[in-house]
Design a protein around this ligand. Structure first.
Ligand code: ADP
Ligand code: ZN
Ligand code: ZN
Length: 693
């Protein structure tokens, strides 16, 4: 496309190169005119035309290589900012993925498809829509701040000086008024003409929070524009909202982890709500932590970052303890509501019926009955869907294993199927034991379906409803169930942890965890932290209405009532819990005291996966800086086989991030060379700062 006489410009363009191709950096192209870094272009790659982002430009092309020319310049789109490019670059380097891969993965899919003319017309339409005045809504009524909130905001204002970009950890129980603090901090940023980014862990929580932000900022004299960004949007909506952010039309962007990459030319504040939540970590492709990237982005943009949680991650907590983050505490619930009383039902003390302990402690059943009498609601949760996690034969010991995975298939009573929750393999329940023909095959353990049945049997007349991934598969089902709960049509709500997050149930005065112990002895070192957080969050569901708070209870059925997790829960004492966990982590040499990366490999046989990881370890050992690392032997993952594929992993440990990073990049670059000698390996992937090991 270079016309004779014009001075061609050499460009490095970030494009999505095939995985394991070894092409990790930007590729060189020619353009007949100068382009800014951050400009969107289409370039030839192989036999295709692919979208790319101009990364750097250099004058001329003296060497006269046979560089290919840019096919199209999508200049309807203003270039992405240098700060945005820095964020993408950091993500690519830190999480060890291709630059173009990251850049393309975080742009809306629709943007990659449109040509310049198509995009220009979308943008014109969008600008026109934003030109229309908002229908006037009344100015919002702001509540008077509690003294906790006022203190927190005053301290925030002290540190949030221009250029300071502080990271603030807002620690406050559910219902302590954190959201109000976000709203006020956002108000200040908006008043200063800045944009605000709010990250939430779950799509389901966005409408609720969006409504609260819209109520506060959508009306009055200077109504603000709010958009959301998450994977639940249609491609067209996602592009529209992304453009509104990038063009500076939207003032507030609310979204899930991918929104951390929203281009925001006037960004002034980043809020990460429920900052401890595991869903901020992307689990495929570039396995980034949106929480960590938010902190990095705050530094890049000179913006304040506000991390909020009732149970902060131990990483953030430690940084606050070290004074690297400013900790602000909201110690009380708004309106003086007290936290529910925590009652532990000691399962060891229960009588056995036919050799088995009853599933529901009589004291819990009595407490539920009391709620029924008073017309109050209860929430009972169990983190396992289906009827029973496994079927077994009492004669020969057969169990309902999955033929494709190293996991049991779950018994679903509703449709009488055995279903593997890992690969989806589903079959009707056999009439008799497939091994010995015995007709007496029985469910072992308890899932939400069974719990629903047990509650209905123990409390005749109670209106029991269940919310889990099975009952909410269809669009609208979750909303319908939730509104039934809000309308008071449900006495007892049964569910997985799905029901414990965020929902503001007003009439619930009892929350019960019927079988949370398994997390105490999990091989996952973060399991106790998660359990504590889950139980605290669940407890927060009860007694949100101050009038009922004094008779609110959180029940925990446990075989280990003296476990420190439960002791801390009884006191609602996160500080004590965090201190004991951090001590344990320090002694055991676990994060945040060490830094980890996990290399996973998948193959048809465990040997092939292991051999590959062993060879990878040998490669790593040759690299400069390898002596600072600890490479553990390859081991099978927790569920070693899924859908017929064997999975092994190898842990890499270092005492500092730079030590780890120094080796990871050359290591990742060297790995494709193993393909020729390790044909059995299907895939490998590196997870930097893995959540579970
Ligand atoms: P959190 O985000 O910590 O769970 P919220 O900000 O949602 O807490 O506050 C809990 C409840 O208290 C909400 O219904 C909220 O509207 C109300 N609230 C928050 N701050 C105040 C205040 N200063 N005065 C009156 N009500 C408030
Ligand atoms: Zn049998
Ligand atoms: Zn399976």
């Amino acid at each position: 496309m270079t016309s004779p006489g014009a001075d061609p410009v050499r460009l490095a363009v970030a494009v999505e190169a095939p995985l394991h191709s070894g092409l990790h950096g930007p590729l060189d192209y020619l353009s007949e005119r100068p382009l800014s870094p951050g400009a969107l272009v289409r370039v030839p790659l192989g036999r295709r035309d692919v979208p790319g982002v101009v990364w750097t430009t250099a004058p001329g092309d003296d060497e006269g290589h046979a560089l290919k020319a840019v096919t199209e310049v999508v200049d309807a789109l203003p270039p992405l900012s240098a700060r945005w490019c820095d964020l993408v670059k950091f993500t690519s380097t830190y999480y060890q993925r291709g630059l173009g891969e990251v850049a393309m993965a975080v742009l809306p899919p629709e943007l990659r498809k449109l040509d310049n003319a198509g995009l220009a017309s979308r943008i014109a339409k969008l600008r026109k829509a934003y030109d229309k005045p908002v229908p006037a809504a009344p100015a919002p009524v702001r509540p008077e701040l509690t003294s906790d909130q006022a203190d927190a905001l005053a301290k925030l204002a002290e540190v949030n000086l221009p250029g300071a970009a502080p990271v603030v950890l807002l620690h406050g129980l559910t219902g302590s008024g954190k959201t109000e603090v976000y709203l006020r901090a956002a108000e200040a940023a908006l008043a200063a003409g800045r944009q605000v980014l709010v990250l939430v862990p779950e799509i389901n929580l966005t409408p609720q929070l969006e409504a609260r932000f819209a109520e506060r900022f959508g009306g009055g004299d200077t109504p603000r524009r709010i958009v959301s960004l998450h994977s639940g949007l249609t491609p067209a909506q996602r592009l529209k909202n992304w453009l509104a952010a990038h063009l500076g039309l939207a003032d507030l962007v609310l979204g899930t982890r991918l929104a951390v990459f929203a281009p925001l030319p006037r960004l002034g504040l980043i809020v990460v709500d429920e900052e401890h939540d595991p869903s901020f970590k992307q689990q495929e492709g570039a396995r980034y932590s949106a929480r960590d990237l938010a902190v990095y982005r705050g530094k890049l943009e000179g913006s304040c970052v506000l991390l909020g949680s009732a149970t902060p991650s131990l990483e953030s907590w430690q940084r606050a303890e070290q004074g690297r983050y400013l900790r602000l505490t909201l110690a009380n619930r708004v309106g003086g509501g007290v936290l529910p009383k925590v009652r532990l039902a000691d399962m060891n003390l229960l009588p056995k019926v036919r050799g088995a302990t009853t599933a529901l402690a009589p004291a819990l059943v009595a407490a539920l009955a009391k709620r029924l009498e008073r017309g109050e609601q209860s929430l009972v949760f169990l983190n396992r869907r289906g009827y029973a996690p496994v079927l077994h034969c009492t004669d020969c010991g057969w169990k309902s294993g999955c033929p494709h995975c190293s996991a049991w298939r779950v018994f679903h009573k509703g449709d009488r199927t055995l279903r593997c929750h890992h690969c989806g393999f589903t079959q009707p329940v056999p009439r008799a034991c497939p091994d010995c023909g015995n007709l007496d095959i029985a469910p072992l353990g308890q899932g939400t379906e069974k719990l629903e049945e047990q509650l209905a049997a123990a409390l005749p007349g109670a209106r029991v409803a269940r919310i889990d991934a099975d009952t909410t598969k269809h669009k609208g089902a979750l909303e319908a169930s939730l509104s039934a709960v809000h309308a008071g049509e449900v006495d007892i709500l049964v569910g997985t942890q799905m029901v414990t997050k965020g929902h503001d149930f007003r009439r619930i005065t009892l929350v019960a965890a019927v079988n949370p112990d398994s997390a105490l002895f999990s091989s996952d070192f973060r399991a106790p932290e998660r359990l504590f957080s889950l139980l605290m969050q669940a407890a927060g569901r009860a007694g949100r209405d101050a009038a009922q708070a004094d008779r609110s209870e959180m029940w925990v059925q446990t075989w280990h009532p003296t476990h420190p997790v439960y002791t801390a829960l009884r006191q609602h004492d996160f500080k004590a819990f965090a201190a004991s966990q951090l001590k344990e982590r320090e002694i055991a040499g676990l994060p945040p005291y060490v830094h980890l990366a996990l290399m996973r490999a998948e193959a048809r046989t465990p040997e092939a996966a292991r051999d590959f990881l062993q060879a990878a370890a040998d490669l790593a050992a040759e690299l400069p800086g390898a002596n600072e690392l600890l490479l553990y032997p390859p081991v099978p993952t927790t569920i070693a086989r899924v859908a017929g594929v064997e999975r092994m992993q190898m842990l890499v440990e270092a005492s500092s991030r730079p030590q780890l990073q120094r080796v990871l990049s050359p290591w990742m670059a060297a790995l494709p060379s193993l393909r020729a000698t390790h044909k059995g390996v299907l895939r490998w992937a590196l997870d930097v700062d893995p959540l579970a090991i």
